[in-house]
Design a protein around this ligand. Structure first.
Ligand code: ATP
Ligand code: MG
Length: 416
């Protein structure tokens, strides 16, 4: 159905007219052949970027020069983006950026791609073009570099992480031996990659349905330690249990949770990791809150949990509880004690997921209105009342808090 989408037909009709030619390439072809949902559609074309833009203009299609330097124009049809890239061949490379030149030769374009499964093309009629043996590799779920693995890796060391990422998503059995060896030998070069590229690939790897096997091979080849020296020696042992718990409890796979499962809860090292890999602010905040979150005993009463969540937020607690649950689950104990522990943790988790931070009913304006002069005392009184209110499980309403406020103000006044 995705192949017949009117927006895609439109792209083809514009680019395929008058001697031009376009084919779908990369992830979309791969995923369609494997039977996974197709996300973005990238196209390769014999037309130059200028020609693509001119044709889009003439057809009234919006075009955005998203990567002119490497030949990419994004066409937007019905709000859907299509990345259209002119066929290229590599000219030079320094292991971090490749310099490319345009070409009209499909095979040259295929040869500069990383993996055989990523170098398949499909034309407007759905015919598949395979210049590098990608089809049999898709069939056998083999992740293989195009050409000599060691050379391809040396052209762009990010391909090491892509090798494991695609192995995590699509690979079966053992990784291709030549590729694995090339990746292992390149591990000391990974430090030269930009942090953003490394983190983006790592996150995609950690989002795979089951990244456990790939992580194991990354560990044995020394690649995991090269990009994540914080990961504990046996950290990846927690991954299969977590994946199984996600399945059993219906959790959406969460790359950050999978990451922390491999890390020691050491705030300083976590902070260093977030900086080194340039995690986004919100990602870093989640990891930091997790590292700061003390264990939540399974016997915690609901009211005590609520107070804790009010003070510390839910982020860290959610991750803690899920990891504890995954651990309990992975022991596969059937003893009543273990089952009780799982049930208790599930209860705490459900409550944490439902928790909505209650709003403290008073503000600074109320304190001022009660006659406290502007200054630090306003905040002090407010925090004192708020802390009482939390300690009493948020029971007091605005009216009774105002009465308390009045009393506190009267008590604080020197009585003469
Ligand atoms: P997805 O978008 O689902 O992650 P994808 O295959 O589309 O997977 P992208 O990173 O979007 O991956 O890249 C698009 C295509 O560009 C790839 O399929 C591959 O052919 C080529 N490619 C991407 N990165 C590299 C690289 N570092 N070296 C060589 N070719 C690459
Ligand atoms: Mg893509």
């Amino acid at each position: 159905a995705w192949f017949q989408a009117p927006s895609l037909r439109r792209v083809f009709s514009v680019l395929n007219a008058e001697g031009g030619e376009a084919r779908i390439v990369g992830g979309a072809v791969r995923d369609a052949l494997i039977g996974r949902p197709v996300a973005d559609i990238d196209l390769a074309t014999t037309l130059t970027p200028d020609e693509v833009i001119a044709r889009a203009d003439a057809a009234g299609i919006k075009s955005v020069p998203t990567g002119l330097a490497h030949g990419t124009v994004t066409l937007v049809i019905d709000g859907k983006p299509f990345e259209v890239t002119t066929l290229r061949r590599d000219v030079t490379t320094d292991g971090r950026h490749a310099e490319v030149a345009f070409t009209t030769d499909w095979e040259e374009d295929a040869r500069r791609r990383d993996l055989t499964i990523n170098a398949l093309y499909a034309d407007a009629e759905g015919r598949i073009y395979d210049h590098v043996g990608g089809l049999p590799d898709i069939e056998s779920r083999t992740i293989r570099f195009i050409g000599v693995a060691a050379e391809r890796v040396a052209e762009d060391y990010l391909r090491v992480l892509r090798f494991f990422r695609f192995f995590a998503w699509y690979g079966s059995g053992r990784p291709d031996a030549e590729g694995l060896k090339a990746c292992a030998r390149a591990r000391d070069h990974l430090a030269s990659l930009s942090a953003e590229r490394v983190w983006s690939e790592t996150k995609k790897l950690l989002t795979a349905p089951d990244p456990g096997r790939a992580l194991l091979w990354m560990r044995t080849s020394g690649v995991l330690t090269a990009i994540l020296p914080e990961s504990e020696k046996w950290g990846i042992d927690a991954i299969p249990g977590l994946v199984s718990a996600e399945d059993a409890f219906g959790w959406t796979p969460d790359p950050l949770l999978r990451l922390v499962a491999m890390l020691p809860p050491d705030a300083e090292r976590i902070a260093a990791l977030c900086q080194r890999l340039r995690l986004s602010k919100s990602e870093a905040a989640r990891l930091t809150r997790w590292a700061a979150c003390l264990p939540i005993p399974e016997k915690t009463a609901e009211a005590a949990l609520d107070r804790r969540l009010y003070r510390d937020g839910t982020d860290g607690a959610l991750m803690r509880l899920k990891l504890d649950l995954a651990l309990a689950h992975s022991k596969r104990e059937t003893e009543p004690e273990a089952l009780q522990r799982i049930a208790a943790l599930q209860r705490l988790l459900a409550r944490t997921e439902r928790f909505e931070k209650p709003r403290f009913p008073l503000t600074g304006a109320d304190v001022l209105a009660a006659g406290v002069p502007a200054g630090p005392a306003v905040g002090d009184i407010l925090s004192m009342l708020e802390e009482q209110w939390v300690a009493e499980n948020f029971a007091a309403d605005r009216k009774s808090l105002l009465t308390r406020l009045a009393t506190a103000v009267a008590d604080a006044k020197p009585s003469n």
